[in-house]
Design a protein around this ligand. Structure first.
Ligand SMILES: [Zn+2]
Length: 319
């Protein structure tokens, strides 16, 4: 069997056809024009699904289903996209509209972080695990949770939004507009803000000089920390604690086998090893409970399409 995975983004719609072992057989993508109407994008999605199956030369009977991940709020069971970042989708009955557009395979939709954790549990860093928590560090902070082999999404799949856990009363402003949320401290955006604040206090630092030369990019912070700049080292150490604070709470609630970190900055060795130490030290019952392995997510650029395809696999049977 083959599965289609669609990664819906504000800049492009990406499609992948994967086999039962998680190998990508075919990839395609189309750009999304800014301001394009939602119903036209549904048409683009239907065309993309038909095209990738046709171009791969796969018999339609060999396709087990279509999975789609959206950067926003999705009502999985009803097939409705409630809201989507940078795309004109508000309460769109996605599955119904795709069926009307001639897509007759089983269709499963969810939030993109939910797809990502499935991709890791089926074919990635947490392969075979039944309890997994994944956070993605980017503009925001997304989370995907698998408990006892099932994706955890809450009532009407509005849950599993751990980026918006409150960790500090009246604290930093979050991307959602509220104050003191985990995302406002532990996203990649938050790291950059923390680094800029540190540079205002320490204009003489290497970090400040390198920012001016190379621009305000996350990698510059890690480069300077590696080179021994005290300001950068302190920024990174504090940032690990911010990630760790939410991570320990999530681990105490779900006690996963794996705690995974996704997003571009997760591949810095400065993140994973110290985070493992922080979690191991601060977890409840650390002396007698099983160890929680902290790893970077395996799937990078293809995480969206592999994860979405796994949603279709997961839809037919649990892990
Ligand atoms: Zn928030």
């Amino acid at each position: 069997m083959y599965y289609v995975g669609i990664d819906v983004g504000g800049m492009s719609l990406k499609a992948g056809l994967i086999d039962e072992n998680g190998n990508i057989v075919k990839k395609m993508s189309v750009k999304t024009v800014p301001g394009r109407k939602g119903e036209l994008i549904v048409g683009d999605l239907a065309t993309l699904i038909k095209d990738i199956i046709k171009e791969a030369g796969i018999d339609e009977k060999e396709v087990g289903g279509v999975g789609m991940g959206f950067p926003g709020s999705v009502w999985d069971e009803k097939g409705i996209v409630r809201y989507c970042c940078n795309i004109d989708f508000v309460n769109i009955p996605m599955v119904k509209l795709l069926k009307e557009n001639g897509i007759n395979y089983p269709i499963y939709i969810s939030n993109d972080a939910n797809c990502a954790v499935l991709g890791e549990a089926y074919f990635g860093a947490a392969k075979g695990a039944k309890n997994v928590v994944l956070i993605t560090l980017g503009t925001g902070l997304g989370t995907g949770i698998i408990v006892d082999g099932r994706l955890l999404t809450g009532n009407k799949s509005a849950g599993s939004e751990c980026g918006h856990m409150q960790i500090n009363i009246g604290g930093a402003i979050c991307g959602c507009g509220k104050k003191g949320h985990y995302e406002a401290y532990a996203s990649a955006t938050a790291l950059l803000r923390q680094a800029k604040d540190a540079c205002e206090k320490h204009p003489e630092s290497m970090l400040n000089e390198e920012f001016k030369k190379k621009g305000y990019e996350g990698y510059v912070i890690f480069e300077c920390a590696k080179a021994g700049d005290e300001t950068a080292k302190k920024v990174v150490a504090k940032y690990i604690k911010y990630i760790g604070m939410g991570a320990v709470s999530l681990c105490n609630i779900f006690f996963p086998e794996y705690f995974l970190v996704g997003g571009g900055i997760a591949n810095n060795s400065e993140i994973i090893a110290p985070l493992q130490r922080y979690i191991s030290r601060n977890i409840y019952g650390s002396k007698y409970n099983p160890k929680i392995k902290v790893l970077a997510a395996k799937h990078l650029n293809d995480a969206g399409i592999i994860g979405a395809a796994c949603l279709a696999i997961h839809g037919s049977s649990a892990l």
